[in-house]
Structures are given as C-alpha cells and as structure tokens.
Design a protein around this ligand. Structure first.
Ligand SMILES: [Ca+2]
Length: 260
C-alpha cells in the first residue's frame, strides 16, 4: 500500500506540474503567433508567460506577454537588475538568454521571425532611480534575418523619452544598422574618433549587444548599475535623449512589440 500511495503521490505531482504548465488557457500546444492573439478575461490577470509560435517558425517557445494598449504585447527585452549578465556573444543574442518571466533577451532569431511579416510597433519603457519613467514608441519596427546582421528598421517615433535610436547627433543613427556583439562587429567604427579617443568596437565601451552605429544614443543591453553608482559610466542602460549629458544608466527597461 505504501508503494501505491507513493505512486499516486507522484502522479498527482506530475498532474499538478502539467496543470501549471498548461494553465494559461491555450488549447493549441504550439500556441498563437504572438501575444496579441491571446484573449484576456476580466477575472484573470492577463500578463504572464505564454507559449507562442510565429508564422513560419519551426518551433514554439515561451514569451512574457505584457498587458498594454490594445491587449497583450510580446516582451523582447527586460532589465531590472544585474543578476542576468548581458555581456554575451553573438550566439547568445541570436538565440536569447535569461528568464522570460524576469530579466531576459528574447533572441534576434525569434524577433526577426516575428517581424518578418505584418507591420509591428515597438514600445520601449524606461524607469529611473528617482521614481520617474518615460517611453518611446516606433511604428514599423522590423529586424532583418541573420544575413543582414539582424538589421534594425524603425519608422515614426512618438513618446516622452526622445528618439534615441535615430539619435541626437547628425550622422549617428542606429536605424538601418546591423547588430553588434564583442565577437561580431558591424558598428561602423574603424575607428570612430570621440574627442581624443579612437574606438574600434562600441562593445568595448557600451558593452552588451546592440544595433550600434558609431555607437549612438540608445544602448539598453549594457551593464546594469545600482542606484547612486549609475551616472557617468560609458556602459549602462542608456537612452541619451532622455537623460544627460552625463551618461545615465536606467533602473529598469522593457522592450515589447505588437502588430500595428
Ligand atoms: Ca568596429
């Protein structure tokens, strides 16, 4: 009898785990192509982890769906602290890393697949250490495939944080640029001259991986810095049209997308 109850207990535990994993209400195992397809119900907190499978993508994967204007948005980046390292190589930025329910980078291959068809909007949310926040939204957000180094395309901007992607200085514009990591460089610097400093790789200073173009004004995948030690670092979570002139590293960031 002891063995039987042990077996029953194991089955119950398995059933509970299964229920938790499928408790998001999805019937289709592969899931919808993005979070905007997920219906929310008034009695249930809609934001959470779901399984999706973009059109033409060969496998399903988990994402965090965040409630926003017009329903659930698919989160592609989140930073809230320094526990998840963002100073990673090309393959990591390609495939994604971290924890989708927490700090993570979803992965360029997934973002590229999602934005290949339809028109998409990108929303960037920024939080400072003083209780403030700001946002930037871009129409027609798209990331090319790996043959383009996951080239960034953004259209019309609106928001309160300023348009750091298109930049604050003439000739420095991340729109239309490929992605760079320390082991794959398409940042347009060879070298770039800033004052009396010659820079060959933006990742040496800004760190992380980003669509660096002569480095530029946006950089949200650098090193996270704690309160009181977050101003003046060349690396950080920078959105230079929002805070400056000394580099200000944000307390938290989030990037998410939805079809337009
Ligand atoms: Ca370079």
């Amino acid at each position: 009898m002891g063995g039987l109850s042990g077996w029953s207990g194991s089955m119950l535990a398995l059933l509970l785990i299964f229920s938790m994993q499928t408790g998001n209400g999805l019937v289709n195992a592969a899931g919808p192509p993005d979070c905007s397809f997920i219906q929310s119900f008034p009695s249930v907190e809609p934001s959470g982890v779901y399984t999706i499978q973009p059109d033409g993508f060969s496998y399903s994967f988990q994402v965090y769906c965040q409630m926003g204007a017009n329903g659930l948005w698919t989160v592609i980046q989140k930073r809230t602290g320094g526990a998840v390292a963002f100073d990673r190589e090309w393959a990591a930025y390609k495939n994604g890393f971290g924890f989708v329910s927490w700090d993570h980078w979803l992965g360029l291959e997934k973002i590229s697949a999602m934005t290949k068809s339809k028109r998409w909007k990108l929303r960037v949310d920024l939080w400072d250490f003083e209780g403030g926040s700001a946002y930037a939204e871009y129409e027609d957000f798209r990331v090319g495939d790996e043959s383009t180094n996951y080239r960034l395309s953004v259209g019309r901007y609106r928001g309160t944080a300023g348009d750091a992607i298109k930049g604050e200085y003439p000739g420095i514009n991340q729109n239309g640029f490929g992605f760079s990591t320390f082991d794959r460089d398409s940042d347009g610097c060879n070298p770039c001259i800033f004052g009396d400093i010659a820079i060959n790789s933006c990742t040496d200073f800004d760190r992380g991986g980003w669509w660096y173009s002569k480095c530029g004004s946006a950089s949200l995948n650098g090193d996270w810095h704690p309160k009181g030690d977050n101003i003046g670092w060349s690396s950080g979570l920078h959105w230079r049209t929002w805070k400056g002139p000394a580099p200000y590293s944000a307390k938290a960031t989030r990037m998410m997308i939805t079809p337009m």
